[in-house]
Design a binder for this molecule. Sequence first.
Ligand code: MF3
Ligand code: CO
Length: 245
Amino acid sequence: MYRAGQVVWGALEEMRTMIRPGISTKELDEFAEGYTKEHGARPAFKGYRGYPGSVCTSINQEVVHGIPSAARKLREGDILSMDFGVELGGYFGDAALTVPVGRVTPEREKLLRVTRESLEQGIAKIRAGNRLGDVSAAVQQWVEKNGYSVVREFVGHGIGTKMHEDPQLPNYGSPGQGPKLQEGMVLAIEPMVNTGGPGVRVLDDEWTAVTSDGSDSAHFEHTVAVTKNGPWILTRPKEAAGPVW
Ligand code: MF3
Ligand code: CO
């Protein structure tokens, strides 16, 4: 799973360097697919329940599952979530980050920072013996303390030989509740955070989820293994330090 995770991380880091006004989300998608194949892996989202892309690209008020398109060009001031997963040798990795396009408003900068920090707060609770609700509550508390809301309709998940395995991992909950985390479990933890209310709706393309109130949304995700000594983030290099994205 670490090997799969490194392909996910490598593709996302490369895509991050491609971000500029004028690039289309389709160009990012094509890059991700090529990078994945060069590394002997398979894009996990493509064809999943009929999903047409390799990456999910969600801009501004789009929450998750935006479909890459040649007609959709990034503009200065946008925020772009890139969500990507691969399968390598039968194992999956899944990660996401949200990036600014050129200069963005301080409000958008804050949304990206708070959402990334909420992922860090959740990851910090991943340790054998803790409970799933400890992770969920840590994410929710950080988000709400900063005046934002967490999306309820989409959740994190177990991951392994399938992209989505039990248990579901909501971004809201109560400390001490839910199943105990055990060594060897692997979770994809993925806060989706709105600056307005928590509500979302899905567009007529049947994939793109947007905020009901038109507020901005951000999304960060890592695939994380539970160990005795705490979290092992599989979707970044072992030697990495500092912020998780
Ligand atoms: N990272 C998302 C997830 O964990 C994306 C998968 S949706 C797909 O569920 F359809 F595009 F695959
Ligand atoms: Co996921």
